[in-house]
Ligand binder design. Structure first.
Ligand SMILES: CC(C)(COP(=O)(O)OP(=O)(O)OC[C@H]1O[C@@H](n2cnc3c(N)ncnc32)[C@H](O)[C@@H]1OP(=O)(O)O)[C@@H](O)C(=O)NCCC(=O)NCCS
Length: 212
């Protein structure tokens, strides 16, 4: 059983209790979706991971530092994401359709600061599954879990300036705009440049909006 480690020297986080231990990636159901774990040993899932991460829109907006070009790259990067669940540094969810079981995309939570119980969220939706609010529905589910079961107090979401769809998703999911971070994201390939980001965040004490 893995447990989110809290150092003895960590200052107490006001108003929160210790996070619950997390055995593995939990299954989250709601809004027509099931969020579950990825399996780097399943060939079909590795192919889907590669499909999502080699999409030009993914590369434009998620700005990965290392690009997955081949199946082996995808297997390695998926395994790294999955390891985060075991060592308590994150939680990678495969977003699936509740009715068909088809994979629709990915949503990942990363721990930013354990003492402050803050995290960051990122997501992508497969090109063929876009236009149905999958990201917003998945984000609502994962946010609720992160605050109630994973023990987070604050979740941040940042997106490159001009990414209107993500700005809309953040607002829909109760993550208000908090400011612009200068040169906070590296855009590899097209421009090879640092670019500015919008920072959005939600607190565990903020109200939960309804699903779109
Ligand atoms: C961004 C992304 C996750 C959205 O996928 P999705 O859940 O299918 O989103 P939708 O197409 O249903 O759109 C969500 C909302 O944004 C709005 N939107 C979509 N494209 C838009 C655009 N170009 N300009 C303004 N609003 C836009 C939609 O109208 C919708 O708003 P609504 O809730 O009022 O209906 C998906 O396009 C994607 O994976 N892109 C590549 C990777 C990426 O950008 N990841 C996020 C990095 S921060």
């Amino acid at each position: 059983m893995s447990r989110w480690p809290i150092d003895d020297n960590d200052p107490p986080a006001a108003g929160t209790t210790a996070p619950l231990p997390v055995d593995s990636v939990p299954e989250l159901r709601g809004h027509g979706l099931v969020l579950r774990g990825w399996d780097p040993g399943a060939e079909a899932q590795v192919r889907t991971w590669l499909h999502g991460r080699s999409d030009p829109e993914f590369r434009r907006w998620n700005t990965p530092l290392i690009l997955d070009e081949r199946l082996d790259d995808a297997r390695t990067s998926l395994a790294a994401h999955v390891r985060a669940a075991a060592d308590g540094t994150g939680m990678p969810f495969r977003v699936t359709d509740e009715a068909s079981g088809a994979t629709l995309g990915h949503l990942g939570l990363g721990v930013v600061s354990r003492p402050m119980r803050s995290g960051r969220v990122g997501y992508w939706v497969l090109p063929e599954a876009r236009g149905r609010n999958v990201a917003a529905r998945a984000l609502l589910l994962a946010t609720r879990w992160a605050f109630t079961d994973f023990g987070l107090h604050r979740l941040e979401l940042d997106h490159a300036l001009g990414h209107e769809a993500s700005c809309r998703i953040a607002a829909r999911c109760g993550y208000p705009y908090e400011g612009t971070l200068r040169g906070a994201m590296w855009e590899a390939g097209r421009h090879d440049a640092f670019r500015d980001c919008h920072l959005h965040a939600r607190l565990s004490t903020d109200p939960e909006p309804g699903a779109p």
